[in-house]
Design a protein around this ligand. Structure first.
Ligand code: 5CA
Ligand code: ZN
Length: 418
């Protein structure tokens, strides 16, 4: 699929430090250890509705990872999928009497516009589930041939992965069985489906159903792919095993990331799928998780349409830590607009408070599990000292350096600087 255009990325003096992030599988903050090219897979949207601020917050968190690695001198191979065939897409198209292909293409196009406006660095590979189907089918056939998957015995043609044969199962989420069963039922799984070997076995292939689109599948059976094998296949095809970060929102900890890892580890007989599993917390509205199914959504495109500066949206979302569940409020946006105005006034000055320690501090805060609130506080302090003026140690270069640092590390474009 077409990705979106890359924003300019200024080069900063010196080199950034090693990035540390919280890994769900190990339950602690760990140093990332990329090769010259860092590899990251972040789960993309299911395009049946517009991008809301929860999605945006999640992609912004991983954008900070991308930016920190690049500042540390790495190239980054970033991959994202689009779940352009799945139950929610078909249900929405059905509800609105619309072609599911047209719906998916329209919402994906809108997502690209939102990501471009928010200055999110684009993935090198942006891959749709539909275009990956031939590869997905080959992977399912391999699991069937190895006896690690089975076809349900009820004539539907549905294929499941036999988790009892997956030694690594549970090591990503580290949940007990009761918790797994609860999330599995809530998030698209089918624990009560008759005929499965294990209640937690995940669907690899859904056989033909009346009124649903189908493709040629494993062993010639028509149908459509399951969700977790989609991400396992796309990641294996683009960045292979043992990549640096697998990312998404915290609602993907289980079952999605657990089973993506289980599928990939079974297919390659190696581990790990990812060196770290990183999860962004949920953005809520009025005390509830913002979600398409609850309908309590604030859309990025709607705010943009109202004339809100995308850089204020970006700053508002980054003013909270990515691992803290938090609410979107009108006040949050107003505070971000004020802050953006202050920063812009400060970087427009001919000289500013010394920048060296601020640049060092920004790198230090962000490399420590993406402490964006800490980083923002340092820029606030620099802007206040610069606007207060008067001191003898103002530097002519400082506004330019801070402007570039805020752009390169936080992704916030401050416009005309110094
Ligand atoms: N297509 C799958 C992933 S393969 C999917 O989960 N799509 S999604 O459209 O439902 O979500 C896209 C991304 O946004 C996921 O990483 C998800 O975890 C994240 N997300 C969804 N809702 C929120 C929210 N309220 N706050 C933060 N992130 C969210
Ligand atoms: Zn995914």
């Amino acid at each position: 699929m077409l990705s979106w255009p890359a924003p300019l990325l200024p080069t900063l003096p010196g080199t950034g430090p090693v990035l540390k992030v919280y890994d769900t599988a190990r339950g602690e903050i760990v140093a990332t250890t990329p090769d010259r090219t860092a590899r990251m897979y972040v789960c993309g949207i299911t395009p049946y509705d517009a991008t809301h601020l929860g999605h945006a917050a999640t992609y912004l968190a991983f954008d900070l990872i991308n930016r920190m690695w690049r500042d540390a001198g790495h190239a980054v191979h970033y991959v994202q999928n689009v779940t352009d065939i799945d139950d929610p897409l078909l249900e929405r198209a059905d509800r609105d009497n619309e072609d599911w292909v047209v719906l998916g293409m329209r919402e994906t196009a809108l997502f690209r516009e939102d990501m471009t406006a928010l200055r999110v660095l684009p993935p090198e590979d942006y891959v749709g589930a539909v275009e990956a189907i031939p590869m997905i089918v080959a992977q399912i056939e391999q699991l069937l041939d190895a006896g690690l998957a089975y076809v349900l015995d009820d004539g539907t043609g549905d294929v499941y992965h036999d988790v009892a044969q997956a030694p690594g199962f549970g090591s990503e989420s580290r949940y007990d069985e009761e918790t797994m069963l609860r999330f599995f039922a809530e998030r698209g799984g089918d624990p009560d489906r008759a005929g499965k070997r294990n209640r937690l076995d995940p669907l690899l292939w859904r056989g033909r159903r009346e009124g649903e689109p189908t493709w040629p599948g494993p062993r010639g059976a028509e149908g459509r792919p399951g969700w977790h094998i989609e991400c396992a296949t796309i990641a294996l095809d683009t960045i292979g095993m043992g990549f640096d970060v697998q990312g998404g929102g915290s609602d993907l900890v289980f079952p999605h990331h657990e089973f993506s890892a289980v599928h990939a580890e079974a297919l390659t007989a190696t581990k790990p799928f990812a060196k770290a599993y990183v999860h962004a917390a949920m953005i809520g509205l009025d005390g509830e998780k913002m979600s398409k199914s609850r309908g309590n959504l604030v859309f990025v495109s709607k705010l943009r349409g109202e004339g809100v500066d995308p850089m204020a949206i970006r700053l508002a979302l980054l003013s909270g830590h990515y691992r803290t569940d938090r609410a979107w409020t009108a006040d949050l946006l107003r505070a971000a607009e004020r802050r953006l105005g202050t920063w812009r006034r400060a970087v427009a000055r001919d000289a500013g408070a010394p920048a060296g320690a601020v640049l060092h501090g920004l790198r230090e805060r962000l490399s420590d599990d993406l402490d964006s609130p800490g980083a923002i506080a340092l820029v606030d302090d620099w802007a206040a000292r610069t606007l207060a003026g008067g001191s003898d140690d103002l530097e002519e270069q400082a506004p330019r350096i801070i402007c570039d640092a805020v752009d390169a590390l936080l992704g916030v474009d401050l416009g005309d600087c110094g």
